[in-house]
Design a protein around this ligand. Structure first.
Ligand code: EPZ
Length: 422
């Protein structure tokens, strides 16, 4: 089991390229199931979550490989086993996004329920509701979702909002299924995340007819078939935001190559409010902090609000602010596994229901800590770079799910992170 040993404090500076988005790549990989033939996806990051998804697609009958330019080639000519096994799905909740495309392609699908994870429950009631509205017969058996539509799917008007607002992968599943349904589908309260917009653009490049992309109301005119595609996924705004925190928490300055600031306005707004400079620079942006970190109020919301996937990283930064901040988590109310670990590093965080009061401290102090969900783990790496001493992070596999060899990305910028086999 690998650990990361992080020496601090350090000050980062230099240029760092932002990888393709994990959360765009995964549903776009699933969309390849909708078209017989070989699709070529460019910019898919090499992450353990992506490798699990490749294993899943192969299990369904696809041939998947990367060519020597690193493009991911998915040949979905044969999809003869529409079953998402528990052994694979339990490793990666996002596997649920094969349900819609399998149902549309094969007329049936069996996919293991995702189950819970470190950030809380991962219900799929909205996914099921949306697919049932398209005419699927769905029941649960032995922990599996069994979905059937032997006569195909029929377009419908669907309200897909839940008690936490829109659902990202629920929108992906219903939108993908609707592309091959008979007639028109309207999804109200659709997720507006850039990753869903990217999926919609990819589907349209495959011959789908989707409008309202990026808005809460999507309209999909069903077509009889889709064709394979060559498509480049968007940059990862969550990885970009993580690097921006890295610049700010170490009092350094970084230039991010290939990041879309327009997808990050809520995040940029918060950075600027606490005294961190963020400016457009070429295809990305320049981030620098010279003065003290000011306190802030952060509330996570569906896009275009502040993303829940940057909540932990930003909390690590606010732990060093001059004053008290409040972080409110509205998407995954239990997503606070990082709080106890940051407090081990001399942060002063107090959980109050769905909120955490962050009393700023002068400095963080290195300690052995435990990674949990992938973003909480990233927060510990960020804190370790700012803390005095050597921080050791256990269960590093959580980080590898969302960040490609994070130590190889950060050490050239001045970090001192060493991966060891403990
Ligand atoms: C996606 O998960 C992301 N994963 C998550 O990123 C991200 O945190 C999340 O969206 C929110 O932005 C991928 O894209 C692979 P949701 P998803 O359905 O789609 C509730 C990361 O760090 N809900 O938008 O599973 C749910 O419990 C990961 O990369 C229902 O109630 O999230 C949550 O409270 C972690 N019923 C809220 O909606 C449903 O049927 C938003 O969940 C579905 C969801």
């Amino acid at each position: 089991m690998d650990v990361l040993r992080i020496e601090g404090p350090v000050r980062l500076s230099g240029q760092v390229p932002v990888n393709g988005s994990k959360n765009a790549a995964l549903p776009i990989m699933a969309s390849a199931l909708l078209a017989e033939g070989q699709s070529s996806l460019i910019g898919v990051p090499d992450l353990s979550d992506v490798r699990v998804f490749v294993e899943l697609l192969k299990h369904l009958g696809c041939r998947v490989e990367r060519n020597d330019q690193g493009h991911m080639l998915i040949d979905s000519t044969v999809v003869d086993n529409p079953v998402g096994e528990y052994e694979i799905v339990r490793k990666m909740r996002a596997s649920i996004c094969i349900l819609g495309p399998l149902l549309a392609r094969c007329g049936r699908a069996e996919v293991s329920m995702p189950g819970g994870c470190a950030i809380g429950d991962r219900p799929i009631n909205l996914h099921v509701r949306g697919l049932r509205e398209l005419g699927a017969k769905i029941h649960l058996k032995n922990g599996y979702v069994i979905a059937e539509a032997p006569d195909g799917l029929t377009g419908a008007s669907i309200f897909l909002g839940g008690s936490f607002g829109s659902t990202v992968l629920g929108t992906a599943n219903v939108m993908m299924a609707a592309t091959l349904a008979k007639g028109r589908t309207m999804i109200e309260s659709a997720a507006c995340e850039p990753e869903i917009a990217d999926l919609a653009h990819c589907l349209n490049a495959m011959g789908a007819r989707i409008s309202g992309i990026g808005s809460p109301r999507l309209v999909i005119e069903g077509v009889s078939q889709l064709h394979p595609v060559e498509y480049t996924v968007i940059p990862d705004r969550i990885e970009a935001g993580t690097f921006m925190v890295a610049a700010a928490i170490t009092g350094g300055e970084l230039e991010l190559i290939n990041c879309r600031l327009d997808d990050m306005m809520a995040v940029v707004d918060r950075f600027r409010s606490i005294g961190v400079a963020v400016e457009k620079a070429g295809s990305g942006c320049a981030v620098a902090r010279t003065g003290p970190i000011k306190p802030a109020e952060i509330t996570t919301q569906p896009y275009p609000g502040f993303p829940t996937d940057l909540q932990a990283q930003f909390m690590a930064l606010l732990a060093l602010a001059e004053g008290n901040s409040v972080v409110i988590e509205k998407i995954f109310p239990d997503r606070f596994m990082h709080v106890a670990e940051l407090n081990r590093m001399a942060a002063d965080l107090r959980k109050e229901g769905p909120a955490v009061v962050v009393a700023g401290v002068e400095k963080l102090v290195a300690a052995p800590v435990m990674a949990s969900d992938l973003r909480a783990s990233a927060a510990l790496v960020l804190a370790g770079m700012a803390a005095e001493g050597t921080t050791v992070i256990n269960r590093v596999y959580h980080i590898d799910r969302g960040y490609e060899q994070i130590e190889k990305r950060l050490n050239p910028l001045g970090a001192k992170i060493y991966r060891e086999n403990a």
